[in-house]
Design a protein around this ligand. Structure first.
Ligand SMILES: Nc1ncnc2c1ncn2[C@@H]1O[C@H](COP(=O)(O)OP(=O)(O)OP(=O)(O)O)[C@@H](O)[C@H]1O
Ligand SMILES: [Mg+2]
Length: 836
């Protein structure tokens, strides 16, 4: 950074320091600069080649354990073990890299399609590029709702103002225009744009001087640009990993100590313990989750939902409350001017005319403004001399206009806000009675479904300057503009569908409570009770939490109040989604568990969102919810598999090693068992999910997993003990036959139980995807074949006599029957069933 802030210099000076002009870069130059300055992002991503990504995997703790085990085996002359361990290592790394690679690439391509873009001048034309490729020297253009991509000097501006609240704390919009600034603080830099601020009104062209981390608010901008990195779901997955790791460590050390205490050979005991550890590690969990989520993202894209943050898929499936703003989701985004009323209620064009002038000169591009400027084409003759941009705190905007009536301050905004600043109307004082009448008119209009915007004005005395809050007083009330904003025909059905799926819809709107209440009623929400923004400060956090339980309608909210309600709902234990399209929705989108925005939304809202709906329709959300639950259901299958049979088997193996005069299975055999088990599970991400399994919100709960493991793990161990009894006590087999028998029983129970675990219903009524059937049966067949093949001897197996084979088949069958019988105990009842 130079010693003087960049805004104290002229664009020409900055450009020459950057070695460019102020007319934009060529594409080649931009490419060179991208290499020099790096990407315009907070963290530089390094392109990783195949070797690097494989190398990184090999350094993961799981792989290090395997490598160490292979070295120990080779060192002790146990070549078969070393080879198997290396095969497991190779297969798991290859699976990870290949599967994750292709699935991730597909999901990444989708994410890129909705990446934040910026409009930059390249080769003389403005083109839209990925905002991360903006470089110092670029000339870019920003409009309403766009995130400013880089620190820049303003070259041109037309009624441009920016919301820098997240960066500087300044609550009102700041007007930006070309020129000089002497001040040293960003607040005095009226000629500078800061990366991460958001366009509020108008349009500006800027010369980028700093990008990426080399910007004034690099850190603050980060939180604006990126949706939450780690979700509760990811956090829980990690927690599960640590839980398993700790349990494994305790088990392994215990088993090793016990075996050594019994005087068994150290190396063999060590290998046995290591193999147990490998058997217990859910090494495929990262692969299964990524592949399942990525496949989910691809499927959701077909239903017009583009996923930006993969783990948000789970959050969408878990969502219990969906907050939405009104316009564009419940109503069509195209609003039309319906009328223009003088203060006495008579139709009169003046309010619409003034409002249209105000919208045009003020650079406002909201749906109401577009309706105004469409309905009242530019009459000409008005120029702007000052601007106090619209913002959602004041709920109004003002321009100082020079026109046929001389210098005039024109204000438009929410009726309560504007009327509070008025002193006269129609040549008479705007007294209490007149106010009451005007407010009653607004209510009547709202009751018939019309939104109203109030217009006021006053002649300006003295020199022109940008108005401030102080100037927005003593106004003359000019009247109301009314707008029709009819509900979407599809909205009631979509709300009902979401409700049936266990998702409550709540409206968080900045609009009038009567308008919002009426709409809520039409789409089928509980509209008897509405909370307005003004009521919010008197509600304590606890009181608000209680209120949110029974209230579906919130109106006249400012953006930070939307956030407060999201927090209240989350505190009450809800998983909250937020869907919105405006600058005013971005904070709420960010605060929610899962942020949704639509394709046509403003840049900030899109940037804050976890998912983008290509169709602005609630029905699409309902589709997405189903996909999310389906995806989650498959991840859960994997976790349940690991926490039941696999867990139980390793546990009983550890226990058996303490009571048997020999090792219950050789390390190689355990590793082989684990490898085949892993292969059997590759089909899980592709599995079918029954509609009834996804009818309610699906949520990751650690105690559900523990409960499942608590029932199914011991059940599995019980049948292992039966095997133990049959082989050792009853038939008194040799160690080789014992191990072969146990290997067969163990792999058969572990793999076949997927058919039971994968569904809440009866296995034969809910058939698996053929691919899962194939991977499961193929690995089982391989496991059964190995002991009888020449390779069997190599692994230390022995032929199983027929009577043992029959006994073991009976044990496996009995286990599967019991697993099916105990399944309802292991699966917690979903919330709604438990409550009713
Ligand atoms: N450009 C504008 N000019 C004047 N007033 C405006 C403008 N935009 C919004 N308002 C006022 O501010 C209020 C809140 O804005 P808006 O309706 O956009 O909020 P919202 O929360 O996005 O609502 P919705 O649920 O309808 O999307 C509006 O009802 C209107 O009174
Ligand atoms: Mg809105």
């Amino acid at each position: 950074m130079p010693d003087q802030p960049f805004w104290t210099r002229s664009p020409a000076q900055c450009a020459s320091a950057l070695g460019c002009g102020v007319a934009g870069l060529t594409s080649e130059d931009a490419l060179v600069r991208l290499k020099t300055y790096g990407r315009n992002a907070d963290a530089q991503v390094r392109e990783t080649g195949l070797i690097v990504s494989v190398g990184r995997r090999l350094l993961e703790p799981m792989c290090l354990v395997l490598i160490a085990a292979a070295v120990v085996s080779a060192g002790t002359g146990d070549a078969p073990s070393a080879v198997i361990i290396l095969i497991i290592l190779g297969v798991s790394v290859a699976l990870d890299t290949a599967q994750e690679g292709s699935a991730k690439r597909a999901a990444e391509a989708l994410r890129q399609s909705v990446a934040v873009s910026a409009e930059v001048k390249r080769d003389g034309k403005f083109v839209s590029v990925d905002a991360e490729t903006v470089v110092p020297g670029d000339v870019f253009r920003v409009g309403v709702g766009d995130i400013i991509p880089a620190d820049a000097l303003v070259l041109e501006a037309s009624a441009f103002s920016a919301d820098e609240a997240a960066l500087t704390g300044e609550p009102y919009g700041v007007v930006k225009r070309p020129g000089e600034a002497q001040g040293q603080t960003p607040a005095e830099a009226g000629n500078a744009l800061f990366r991460g601020a958001v366009g509020l009104t108008g349009e500006a062209v800027g010369l980028a001087v700093g990008t990426g981390a080399n910007t004034l608010f690099g850190e603050a901008a980060k939180s604006l640009n990126a949706a939450a990195e780690i979700s509760p779901f990811q956090h829980d997955l990690r927690a599960l990993g640590f839980l398993v790791a700790r349990a494994t460590a305790v088990l392994v050390v215990g088993v090793l100590a016990a075996n050594v205490a019994f005087g068994r050979p150290l190396i063999q005991s060590l290998m046995f313990s290591v193999a147990l550890a490998v058997g217990l590690t859910p090494e495929l969990l990262p692969m299964i989750t990524t592949v399942t989520l990525s496949r989910g993202a691809v499927r959701m894209a077909r239903k017009k939902v583009i996923v930006k943050r993969l783990s948000a898929i789970h959050d969408l499936g878990a969502m219990t409350v969906l907050c939405t703003d009104k316009t564009g989701t419940l109503t069509s985004a195209r609003i039309e001017l319906a009328g223009s009323l003088a203060p006495d209620g008579q139709t009169n064009d003046r309010p619409a005319m003034l409002a249209a002038v105000c919208a045009r000169l003020g650079g406002d591009k909201g749906s109401l403004d577009i309706a105004l400027t469409n309905a009242r084409p530019d009459p000409g003759g008005w120029t702007r001399r000052g601007l106090f941009p619209f913002d959602y705190q004041r709920r109004m905007g003002a321009v100082l206009a020079d026109g046929p009536e001389g210098l005039t301050l024109i204000v438009k905004g929410a009726p309560e806000a504007v009327m509070a600043a008025c002193a006269s109307a129609g040549g008479a004082p705007f007294d209490a009675a007149a106010r009451k009448a005007a407010a009653a008119r607004v209510q009547d209009l709202a009751a018939s479904g019309l939104r109203a915007v109030a217009v006021a004005s006053r002649p300006w005395v003295g020199a022109a300057h940008d108005p401030t809050s102080d100037d927005e007083a003593n106004l003359t009330f000019e009247g109301l503009c009314t707008f029709a904003d009819p509900p979407k025909a599809t909205a009631p059905a979509a709300v009902a569908r979401l409700a049936a799926a266990g998702v409550r819809v709540v409206i968080l709107s900045g609009d009038d409570p009567v308008v919002v209440g009426r709409l809520a009623k039409i789409v089928g929400l509980r509209a008897q009770q509405a909370i307005v923004g003004a009521d919010l400060h008197v509600l304590s956090t606890d009181a608000l939490r209680v209120q949110t339980r029974d209230t579906d309608v919130f109106a006249r909210l400012s953006p930070d109040q939307k956030v407060r309600i999201v927090h209240a709902l989350r505190d009450a234990g809800e998983i909250v989604g937020f869907m919105g399209d405006g600058v005013n929705d971005a904070p709420g989108i960010r605060a929610a568990d899962v942020g949704l925005s639509v394709d046509g939304a403003t840049g900030v809202a899109r940037a804050a969102a976890d998912m983008i709906l290509m169709d602005s329709d609630l029905a699409v959300v309902a589709d997405g919810v189903e996909e999310g639950r389906r995806t989650f259901a498959n991840i859960l299958k994997y976790v349940r598999m690991g926490s039941s049979s696999n867990f139980g088997n390793m546990l009983s193996m550890a226990a058996a090693s303490l009571f048997l005069p020999f090792l219950p299975m050789l390390a190689t055999q355990i590793l082989l068992n684990n490898l085949l088990y892993d292969v059997s599970e590759i089909g899980i991400p592709f599995d079918n999910v029954r509609a009834t399994d996804i009818a309610r919100p699906q949520r990751w709960r650690m105690h559900d997993i523990v409960r499942f493991a608590g029932v199914m793990g011991p059940l599995s161990s019980a049948f292992d003990l039966a095997t133990f009894g049959v082989l050792f006590l009853w038939f008194q087999t040799s160690p080789e036959v014992f191990r072969t028998g146990w290997f067969v029983e163990s792999i058969a129970t572990q793999t076949l139980v997927i058919f039971i675990i994968r569904t809440r219903g009866r296995p034969w009524r809910d058939l698996p995807n053929p691919f899962l059937t194939i991977t499961t049966l193929a690995s089982l067949a391989l496991a059964l074949a190995i002991p009888f093949s020449p390779a069997g001897e190599w692994f230390g197996f022995h032929n199983l006599p027929p009577h043992l084979a029959i006994a073991l088949s009976a044990i496996v069958a009995a286990y599967l029957v019991c697993a099916e019988a105990f399944k309802p105990l292991a699966v917690a009842q979903p919330l709604h069933e438990a409550q009713s």
